[in-house]
Design a protein around this ligand. Structure first.
Ligand code: PNS
Length: 179
């Protein structure tokens, strides 16, 4: 029987537990799932492409049929290169639908044989987005439960590079505040 390879394209800046939920669901229905991280020079990203790939690779190594890649240019062209016949996208709420429908129909116009498959993440993640995670982290809020521990750690390092060295520095709380 024909093996079905799907790509799960996105910015993943950063990856969230909602993305991982979708990857797990996708890994169960596709023979191979390629998480394809977009290299978009126009969009100012919080994490570099290499950082996003490294985090995604670490968080998806538990699924044997999932691999991580990066791409630029048209997603439909990338799909041809990796011989994918489906594109996985998540729909959290009706508000996602309009944008996703437009993108799916445009991709169908560009590549009629590439099917977009929509999956719904767990309800617990229906309000979760990378944009909100970035905003909360940048404003010092708590993203516990929204992203994996590894991503939390990387967010802390991004916001406060000194955090990386805390284990051998003066404990954070007692550090003198800058004026
Ligand atoms: O995580 P995002 O930002 O919602 O993902 C959007 C993504 C990467 C799927 C979309 O922007 C994309 O496919 N970009 C590649 C360029 C492309 O093919 N554009 C035409 C879309 S119809």
């Amino acid at each position: 029987m024909k093996k079905v390879t799907a790509i799960y394209p996105g910015s993943f800046d950063p990856l969230t537990n909602g993305h991982l939920d979708l990857i797990e669901r996708g890994s169960k229905i596709f023979d191979e799932l390629i998480v394809a991280i977009l290299r978009n020079p126009e969009k100012l990203a919080l994490f570099s492409l290499a950082e996003r790939k490294e985090m995604m690779t670490a968080m998806t190594e538990r699924w044997e049929n999932v691999r991580v890649d990066t791409f630029d240019g048209l997603m439909v062209d990338y799909a041809v290169r990796v011989k994918a016949s489906a594109v996985l996208r998540g729909i959290r709420a009706i508000s996602d639908y309009e944008y996703e429908l437009q993108m799916a129909l445009m991709n169908r116009k560009l590549s009629p044989n590439l099917e977009t498959v929509f999956m719904i993440p767990a309800e617990a993640y229906s309000y979760l987005s990378s944009r909100l995670v970035r905003e909360i982290a940048q404003l010092g809020g708590n993203v516990d439960g929204l992203v994996p521990e590894l991503v939390q750690q990387r967010l802390r390092e991004k916001m406060d590079p000194a955090h990386k060295f805390e284990s051998w520095e003066t404990p954070r709380k007692s550090r003198a505040k800058k004026p």
